[in-house]
Design a protein around this ligand. Structure first.
Ligand SMILES: C[C@H](O)[C@H](O)[C@H]1CNC2=NC(N)=NC(=O)C2=N1
Length: 115
């Protein structure tokens, strides 16, 4: 179950991310991670990562489809790798080469999906 903090984050609006916006600092990202505890930061702090372990290929693909629909609705898209029994996600705000609050909102929305 998502935490209530994750649910609140999931309801925030994903807004524009100007190229001039500063990426979140590691400290800011670590604070937001508290609201999406299944996610981790890449070592350089520029990516927000999540791995799902699933029973088989069809279940993994079904989750990918749900994530893709959410991403299209939000116009904010994770990189997705999947195969038999796994889905791996990587989020970044490409225009700034790092993390923005939008990435954490998207992560929280993904946590609301059944899996
Ligand atoms: C024009 C369009 O809004 C942008 O290319 C969007 C699309 N989806 C995106 N997804 C992600 N994860 N980061 C982005 O910077 C991004 N930019």
């Amino acid at each position: 179950m998502p935490t209530s903090a994750a649910s609140a984050l999931a309801r925030e609006v994903i807004g524009p991310c100007p190229r001039t916006a500063a990426p979140l600092s590691r400290a800011e990202s670590e604070t937001l991670l508290g609201q999406v505890p299944n996610w981790t930061l890449s070592p350089d702090g520029t990516l927000l990562l999540r791995a799902f372990v699933l029973p088989d290929f069809t279940t993994a693909y079904a989750l990918v489809e749900r994530i893709a629909a959410l991403a299209e609705a939000a116009d904010h898209h994770p990189d997705i790798a999947f195969g038999w029994g796994y889905v791996r996600l990587s989020l970044q705000s490409h225009s700034i080469g790092g993390l923005h609050r939008n990435d954490f909102i998207m992560a929280a929305r993904i946590e609301t999906l059944p899996h």
